[in-house]
Write a protein that binds this ligand. Structure first.
Ligand SMILES: Cc1ncc(C[n+]2csc(CCOP(=O)(O)OP(=O)(O)O)c2C)c(N)n1
Ligand SMILES: [Mg+2]
Length: 193
């Protein structure tokens, strides 16, 4: 069953008073959600690339150990990149949090049910891989608590946040991937190619 949470409210809460948090978003819906909250120099949008949001966030977390990194992605995207969770657990960054906006659907492509609508439990998978703080969230208090946890840092953490089905209005961030890349690098204090 899809939960009662509304995805845009969830993402807005996760990003409330975000400070210098670095954000990687999965393709489609979670990219539009982040843009709806606010475009930001510290946002790196995957836009249409599927399956590597957590891997991208892991690389960023390892390369920028002083910065807190949050990956917000969809259940379909996470199902495609599930092996990344094993690598996260084995590398053990202390500055990486993952939030899956789990509508149990491939929302962007027509609301086809994903396996999280069936037998698949993403939080249990993350836990079994070794991410010891892995949770399923079904109410807003849980989102607020997870926000505090991810800002505090520490061992990697994972949340599958159950949200309502339905696609809110698309809010597109900058479409120019090269610009987004260089803007993000500049925000990290990196220059060049
Ligand atoms: C490799 C690849 N396969 C398929 C697609 C098409 N596609 C775009 S969005 C999407 C659904 C994503 O579902 P989910 O991650 O759950 O996000 P939601 O839209 O439900 O928030 C798919 C299959 C793609 N962009 N790339
Ligand atoms: Mg989905």
């Amino acid at each position: 069953m899809s939960g009662p949470l509304e995805r845009r409210a969830v993402v807005a809460e996760l990003l409330r008073e975000r400070g210098d948090l670095l954000l990687v978003t999965g393709l489609g819906g979670t990219t539009w959600d982040a843009a709806a909250v606010a475009d930001h120099d510290n946002n790196f949008y995957l836009w249409g690339g599927m399956g590597l949001a957590v891997a991208t966030g892991l690389g960023l977390a390892l390369a920028q150990p002083q910065r807190q990194v949050l990956v917000i992605t969809g259940d379909g995207e996470m199902l495609m990149g599930m092996g990344s969770l094993a690598t996260v657990a084995n590398r053990g960054p202390t500055n990486l949090a993952i939030a899956v906006i789990d509508n149990e659907r491939y929302g962007e492509t027509g609301e086809q049910l994903t396996h999280t609508a069936g037998t698949t439990d993403l939080a249990a998978i993350a836990l079994a891989n070794g991410i010891s703080d892995s949770r399923e969230i079904t109410d807003f208090d849980g989102v607020t608590t997870y926000r505090e946890r991810l800002h505090a840092g520490g061992d990697s953490c994972f949340a599958a946040i159950k949200v309502q089905a339905g696609n809110p209005t698309m809010v597109l961030p900058p479409r120019d991937g090269i610009m987004v890349k260089y803007r993000f690098r500049a925000a990290l204090g990196l220059g060049g190619v």
